[in-house]
Design a protein around this ligand. Sequence first.
Ligand SMILES: [Zn+2]
Length: 372
Amino acid sequence: MHSVKHRLLASSDGTAHQLISHHFGGEGHGKKIYIQAGLHADEIPGMLVALTVADKLQQLEQQGRLRCEVVLVNSANPIGLSQYVLGYAIGRFELASGRNFNRGFALLAPQIAEAVEGKLGANADANRAIIHEAWRDLLLAQPPRQAFDDLQRTLMLLSLDADIILDLHCSREAAVHLYTGEAIWPEVEPLARYLGARASLLAFDSGAQSFDEAHSLTWWQLRQHFGERFPIPHGSAAVTVEHRGQRDVSDELAQQDATAIIDYLTYCGAIDAPVTPLPPLTCAATPLGGSEQFYAPCAGILLHGVNPGAHVTVGQQMFVIVDTTDGTRTAIHSRTEGFFYMRRDVRYVRQGDPLGRVSGHEVIRSGNLLSA
Ligand SMILES: [Zn+2]
């Protein structure tokens, strides 16, 4: 294992952040695996999982059992990690601009398509390498203006040629769930099994330009663009994993999830070890547009009626909001059958605030499918 420091653009005189990537196995040796955590810098569970995975990788490397190259960034957002307001960590949004660190990644499929026109052939692997090169050149040709852009670009440069890309996050209060591209679900499904995911939410394009979508959507769009003319592979299996809620930080949970990730990498042939038999799929994948999003119809004290991860039926009471002036109680019921995979961690809400989500099989939403 060796580590590389990536100095980011300075935001102001005398300050600069650096990313540190850890590299296991030999470059160009088998598959490339990319794992990052903490892009939302106030989501600590994934960071502990990534460190636990790193420990396991180091042992595997010493035993000569890595059949792959792994790039691991266990603290992917030093900018966010330094942001505090009145004692509270603010790691999801950049304070200066309000931008969400996991939104607005550059989607470069049209530019890549233009750059590789005339270079592609009948070999899908060769086409993949040509696309990697064009993609890298395009990123390098766009100097970042600010540290935020530099962070996103550096993470893309580290990961764009990986076969498996895991972006480790967490939600507010949640069961383990994941987001991935609809086209690559068959490749991701074993990971959902090993993790015991309570929801696997699929979309071609959520409208968010998140990190995993900057990978999966780019390949999907290139496949659409070149259609029958040239074979374009899926490129990578890119996944956002939500490791429960923000306070679910413990060595026991991190060991459990890190073992699931190592099992998945072993299943994919990246580690020389016996394959752990695939557990049953806890929950079928559902469209991200099928998730019911609950909103507060009025302000008041929020009482939760259902625990994260529970199966929910149509008509089930999910929340009660208690008016603080006269004690009036307003109940909110599910219109969807599915799994209650995440909820807000607040206990007082204003009218219109989001409350939580239940997965569902029928698409009921369109447009921007993720929160800001
Ligand atoms: Zn996140």
